[in-house]
Write a protein that binds this ligand. Structure first.
Ligand SMILES: [Zn+2]
Ligand SMILES: [Zn+2]
Length: 198
């Protein structure tokens, strides 16, 4: 900020500028964006807000979703075979929001779709919406739950929310969990789709 540097002349001004910089720094240190240095421009909400943003790995696609019911529905961990394969990991950490309560902030045209029903335990067709630039799976839409977006906790820009508002309430398909992982602490454990089945 050259204009600020130009104005900082005497010691009093420097102290004031220093205090302002400290406040900015404190603010920045509480922003979880610092934990992830790739661009997520236009981050909104989180913590004390009723909404928050989720962004793909490259920053092209961003959605704004509700953190409170009724727009926000639930959060869960899934160990099913389909979730392992689609996450290229051992489980998926998801949350469900209503499509009608979610906004596409940018990059909706960058989303590409892939749908199939062969590996879904319920037999539903699952439509996957990926960022066509970086491959991040932003959300899935199940034919069994129309109007719902099954979004990914890891894409949410405010990492504090991963531990608070978006903490899963239930872990499902526990019978499919790899033997070297334990269930999530303080999270209800259920076989099959459990209470998520309806
Ligand atoms: Zn992307
Ligand atoms: Zn699953």
């Amino acid at each position: 900020m050259p204009e600020l540097q130009g104005r900082v002349g005497n010691r009093h001004d420097r102290d004031r500028a220093g205090a302002a910089a400290d406040r900015l720094c404190m603010l920045a240190s509480t922003m979880s964006t610092e934990r992830f240095p790739l661009p997520s421009e236009g981050i909104k909400g989180g913590r004390d807000s009723d909404t928050a943003t989720a962004t793909c790995f490259c920053g092209s696609v961003q959605i704004l979703f509700p953190l409170k019911k009724p727009g926000y529905v639930d959060s869960f961990i899934c160990n099913c075979a389909d979730c392992r394969k689609i996450t290229a990991s051992m489980f998926a950490s998801n949350f469900i929001v209503k499509d009608s309560a979610t906004q596409h902030v940018r990059g909706r045209d960058k989303l590409t779709k892939f749908a199939q029903s062969k590996t879904i335990a319920s037999g539903n067709t699952m439509e996957n919406h990926f960022c066509s630039v970086c491959g991040t799976l932003m959300y899935r839409i199940s034919s069994g739950f129309p109007g719902m977006l099954i979004t990914r906790i890891g894409t949410v820009d405010d990492f504090d929310l991963h531990e608070t508002a978006l903490k899963p309430s239930v872990e499902v398909f526990t019978e499919n969990r790899v033997c070297w992982l334990k269930g999530a602490e303080g999270v209800k454990q259920e076989k099959g789709m459990g209470s998520l089945a309806g």
